[in-house]
Design a protein around this ligand. Structure first.
Ligand code: ZN
Length: 130
């Protein structure tokens, strides 16, 4: 297993980690298999979505903020209940297929670390299965 470090610079931000995951596949000399991308945090997540138009991730951040406002009369005393809800909406893991050493993603797909309570230094765990 390996881990990568992600530095978020805003409360809510999607960060493209595709190249780091591709580098992991190369370092492991993977030919064909699957990589699990796991986010070990309760206020961050991971998702796969469009990389062509950067407005897409901005729209997703905005839509999640609209669905789950930061102030919403929550009970959680830490004050970041919205971030916990968003983390569960995106999920903690993604799986990506590897074929001939390359991540098997759609043309417009990238893997995004989803920060919901930044700025923070975060960890993402990667594990290959061949
Ligand atoms: Zn909390």
């Amino acid at each position: 297993m390996n881990e990568i470090t992600v530095q978020s610079k805003a409360r809510t931000v999607f960060i493209d980690i595709t190249s780091a995951v591709q580098q992991f596949a190369a370092e492991k000399e993977m030919k064909n298999g699957v990589i699990t991308v796991f986010v070990p945090h309760t206020t961050a997540g991971v998702t796969i979505n469009e990389n062509a138009d950067p407005d897409v991730t901005v729209d997703m951040e905005t839509a999640l903020d609209r669905m789950v406002p930061w102030s919403g009369g929550y009970r959680h005393s830490e004050g970041n209940a919205a971030a916990h809800v968003k983390a569960s909406l995106t999920g903690s893991s993604a799986q990506v297929l590897v074929k001939n050493g390359k991540l098997l993603l759609g043309t417009w797909q990238s893997i995004y670390f989803c920060e919901f309570d930044g700025p923070r230094t975060r960890t993402v765990w990667l594990k290959e299965l061949v």
